[in-house]
Every structure is written in C-alpha cells, then in structure tokens.
Design a binder for this molecule. Structure first.
Ligand SMILES: Nc1nc2c(ncn2[C@@H]2O[C@H](COP(=O)(O)OP(=O)(O)O)[C@@H](OP(=O)(O)OP(=O)(O)O)[C@H]2O)c(=O)[nH]1
Ligand SMILES: [Mn+2]
Length: 179
C-alpha cells in the first residue's frame, strides 16, 4: 500500500476516535464522523484535489473546534502544515455566535488556498445536509439564513476551485440567494 493511503487511514482513524461520542443534529443522530469524511470526499471526488495535507485537514477540520484536540497534538501527529490548515478553519467557540459568524465572512478572503478548499467543501456538505436532513428544531427561516450567511463566506473564497464553486452556486440558486 502506498504511504499516502496509510497516512489517510491514520488520519481518519484519529478523527473517528476524537468524534466518537458526537452525533450530527439531524433526527437520526447520524455519527458526526460522516461529516469530515464527506468533506474530504467532496474535495477528492468532486474537487479533484490530490494535496494530501488538504485531505488530511478536511478529515480533521472540526477536531479542535468540537473535541478536546489541541493544535499541538495535531502538529505532533500530522505536522505543521496540516495543523495550520485546521487552525485556519477553526472558529473560536469562546466568542458569541454572531461574532463567530461575522469573523468567518471577514477572514475567508485572507485564508491560505488550502484552507479555502476545506472551507468550500465544508460549506457545500452542510448546505446539502440542510436540504436532506435538517437539524432538529431548525425552522425554514433558520435554514434560509444559513444559506444567506454561507453565500457571504463563499464570496470571499472565489477563484479557489471552479468545480466546487459551481456546485455551491447551484445550491444558492435553488434558494434564490445571490452569490
Ligand atoms: N446542516 C447540518 N449541520 C450540522 C448538523 N449537525 C451538526 N451540524 C453542524 O452545525 C454547524 C452549523 O450550525 P450553526 O448553528 O450555524 O453553527 P454552530 O454549530 O457553530 O453554532 C456546522 O458546523 P461547521 O461544520 O463547523 O461549519 P460552519 O457552519 O461553522 O461553517 C455543521 O457541521 C446537521 O445535521 N446538519
Ligand atoms: Mn465542518
């Protein structure tokens, strides 16, 4: 087996252990790990991304934000580039939600190309998820507001990957949201 395949298995196993107790917010309580795996798969299969560090960062992208994982732990295990990409896509959960959401819009254009790829795939996964398995308690208005906010973030990620951007564009069009 080639070493990149082994490295991806090591990475997905680490993410699965970290997210093992978490579930998505949908009524079926889908295992959380489906999300990071799906984000990495969007990058590879739909975005044509082959950069192993981007695919690893996608698998790990919610570990620091949502589990006890530290940036140092990621750096020790996966190196400084993967750790940096994850850090770039990590929200500061100590801030109020509105502020976090505003900072994503503000920071998106200044992210590295690698972090922009992860952000595009994360948004595409979550928008599709909202169409098929809406989180418990989310009204139609809340779903629509998420699309409007996500479009503001994606505007700042333009020129990164045309295949992913076209698929995001389709999602926004379906909701009457202008990109
Ligand atoms: N659509 C959907 N999202 C779910 C579900 N379960 C968990 N999530 C997560 O919820 C987040 C979106 O919900 P919000 O209420 O807007 O944000 P919050 O969790 O940060 O408070 C996303 O986080 P994120 O990946 O960190 O991305 P981002 O929204 O911060 O960009 C998404 O992955 C689900 O069943 N459907
Ligand atoms: Mn995510």
């Amino acid at each position: 087996m080639d070493s990149e395949a082994a490295l991806l298995l090591e990475t997905v196993n680490f993410a699965a252990e970290k997210h093992r107790k978490q579930r998505r917010k949908d009524p079926e309580e889908t295992p959380y790990i489906n999300h990071p795996i799906g984000v990495a798969r969007i990058l590879s299969y739909e975005g044509g991304v082959t950069d192993i560090e981007v695919l690893q960062a996608a698998l790990l992208h919610d570990t620091v934000e949502d589990t006890d994982t530290t940036p140092e732990e990621l750096e020790d295990k996966f190196g400084p580039i993967v750790a940096r990409i994850v850090q770039e896509v990590t929200d500061d959960k100590s801030l109020p939600k509105q502020e976090r959401k505003r900072l994503q819009v503000e920071h998106a254009p200044h992210c590295s190309q690698q972090a922009k790829l992860v952000k595009l795939a994360d948004k595409l996964y979550n928008l599709r998820d909202l169409n098929t398995c809406t989180p418990v308690g989310w009204s139609a208005e809340r779903v629509q507001e998420y699309f409007v906010w996500a479009a503001e973030v994606v505007k700042g990620l333009k020129g990164t990957n045309s295949a992913l951007e076209e698929k995001l564009e389709d999602q926004f069009k379906q909701r009457g949201v202008q990109l």
